[in-house]
Design a protein around this ligand. Structure first.
Ligand code: MN
Ligand code: MN
Length: 297
């Protein structure tokens, strides 16, 4: 029978532990950058590497917020904080997220995605269709009087590939694609009382592409540095530039984007400004059913 690779188990344990620590740091007035820095440092200390920058997305920000350099943003007095942690060990990835309700008044939103995730996990076995999973998530979130976010999806994961091709919907679909024994997926329901999720103008997370175009001077040097350092894994603008103080990082990133040498992950926000909740686990599909690698034990 197929089993998860030991490095996949290790990545999952690190992610679960570090996510728990990060959630305990979510208190009014705590600096968001201190949570990001803690998560990224602890992942390294525990023998993993970040599979993407720590996301700390507050209220109507649904995902993809990580602190820029010198970020003054602090945790507010109430609302929802989504912490999303990615770890890899030798390319074996764990991706997990939770929502903290700061003052306890939006607990129903947290339960909605927690429940939807738990119910979706129960369906995981070889042969289950993506449509069945999405329909279950949709149904559970609707029972809480909320809307599942259709623009954001779970995803299959392969070694060194965070988004490996399959999209696991958070809404009812007729997708008959099935999951197979030995596959790994991240399931991540999002719920809101608002409507849609859209890109904002802010971008703090990027990833290398495999596109080869001619670049010159410092831009080319930076591209080579980013490729060598982060490979296929997303990185934060905050991470760049400690050893190259003469380089204007925002300007260089713009040039790399224009040349399509990197791609951007804009901060995602709910259109009407309503809070969004998220719950996520990474699951190995075994013949015996789901093996959740990111569960805290
Ligand atoms: Mn995630
Ligand atoms: Mn994910």
């Amino acid at each position: 029978m197929k089993k998860p690779h030991p490095s996949q188990i290790k990545a999952g344990k690190i992610a679960a532990r570090v996510l728990q620590e990060a959630c305990e740091m979510v208190r009014p007035k705590t600096k968001v950058i201190s949570i990001c820095a803690h998560v990224e440092k602890r992942i390294l200390d525990l023998g993993g590497r970040p599979a993407f920058p720590c996301n700390v997305s507050i209220n109507e920000t649904a995902a993809h917020y990580t602190s820029p350099k010198d970020d003054p943003t602090r945790i507010p007095d109430f609302g929802l904080v989504k912490i999303d942690v990615g770890v890899h060990v030798d390319g074996y990835i764990a991706d997990t997220a939770r929502t903290v309700d700061i003052d306890g008044t939006l607990e129903g939103m947290v339960s909605a995605t927690d429940d939807a995730l738990a119910e979706a996990i129960k369906l995981i076995r070889p042969g289950v269709t993506l449509g069945e999973i999405g329909s279950r998530i949709h149904h559970v979130i609707k029972e809480y009087g909320l809307r599942p976010v259709k623009e954001l999806t779970g995803h299959s994961i392969e070694r060194y590939k965070l988004h490996a091709g399959k999209r696991i919907p958070n809404v009812k679909t007729r997708d008959t694609t099935t999951l197979h024994s030995g596959e790994t997926v991240a399931i991540e329901p999002f719920a809101t009382a608002g409507s849609h999720i859209m890109d904002s103008k802010s971008v703090y997370i990027f990833a290398n592409t495999v596109r080869d175009v001619a670049l010159d001077g410092i831009t080319e040097k930076l591209r080579q540095h980013l490729r060598k350092r982060y490979g296929p894994f997303p990185f934060a603008s905050r991470w760049i530039g400690t050893s190259h103080k003469s380089v204007n990082v925002p300007v260089e990133l713009k040039k790399l984007l224009k040349a399509k040498a990197i791609l951007a992950f804009p901060v995602l926000v709910e259109k009407k400004g309503r809070p969004v909740s998220q719950s996520e686990h990474t699951i190995f599909v075994s013949d015996d059913g789901p093996i959740v690698t990111t569960r805290l034990d």
